[in-house]
Ligand binder design. Structure first.
Ligand code: SF4
Length: 229
């Protein structure tokens, strides 16, 4: 695992659990609004943190921490992700994975091996707009496969979209909701214009809180729960 950061404590990154967060290095997307350029651009990578340091820390936190969140970057790019999650489960931690959904093969393996407890997938755009919005060669077929895998995984999960008004209009959000129709939980994430991958996005038009509430009302028939954060 190429681990670029480790946060020892969080109350907000795993629903209702006290967790630590592992940040992996490397991503195959280039979302302009990304808040983690130091985990995306290899030239900005810090010296990786040894996995053994993290397991040694977790060993001392039983009864205090309940879960570990693996985020990035894109964690499914790490060749030893499955082994890493197996070790976390063996250490009796709940595991949440944040993913961009580009690697359904690894997601399928994690689900089959029961080494994750919660999946959070960013749904960046309507499928046809993926390459444009992610500024990459994202494969919409794989994104669709990941959505279906997660929906039928039997695990806790959420889909979420960072909404930049000048990138995604109401019809785009509705198209995304049709892609995830029937899902448990959908999160509309407000774009915060700080520390981004592409500074051009700092001037982007963003949704006001009232607009986000309207969007939430517009999509609530597609999903069991829609929240704004
Ligand atoms: S926001 Fe986009 S570029 Fe940044 S880590 Fe997530 S998928 Fe990669």
């Amino acid at each position: 695992m190429l681990i670029g950061g480790f946060q020892r404590f969080s109350l907000i990154d795993y629903p209702c659990k006290i967790c630590a967060i592992v940040f992996t290095q490397g991503c195959n997307f280039r979302c302009p609004y990304c808040h983690n350029p130091e985990l995306v651009y290899p030239k900005l990578f810090s010296h990786p943190i040894p996995a053994e340091d993290i397991f040694a820390f977790l060993e001392t936190r039983h009864g205090k921490l309940e879960a570990v969140v693996i985020t990035g970057g894109e964690p499914t790019l790490q060749p030893d992700l499955v082994e890493f999650t197996k070790r976390l489960k063996a250490a009796e931690y709940l595991v949440k994975l944040d993913t961009n959904g580009s690697n359904p093969r690894i997601l399928s393996e994690l689900i089959e091996q029961k080494t994750v407890d919660y999946l959070a997938m960013d749904v960046k755009a309507p499928l046809a707009r993926y390459p444009e919005i992610t500024n990459s060669n994202a494969d919409p077929v794989k994104i669709k496969q990941s959505i279906e895998l997660i929906k039928h995984s039997g695990l806790d999960y959420e889909f979420r979209t960072t909404v930049v008004k000048s990138q995604l209009g109401k019809n785009d959000i509705l198209a995304i909701c049709k892609q995830i129709r029937g899902s448990k939980r959908y999160v509309l994430q407000k774009f915060v214009p700080v520390n981004v991958l592409d500074t051009n996005v700092l001037n982007a038009v963003i949704y006001a809180d009232a607009d986000l509430e309207c969007l939430r009302d517009a999509v609530k028939s597609y999903v069991a729960e829609c929240v704004v954060r």
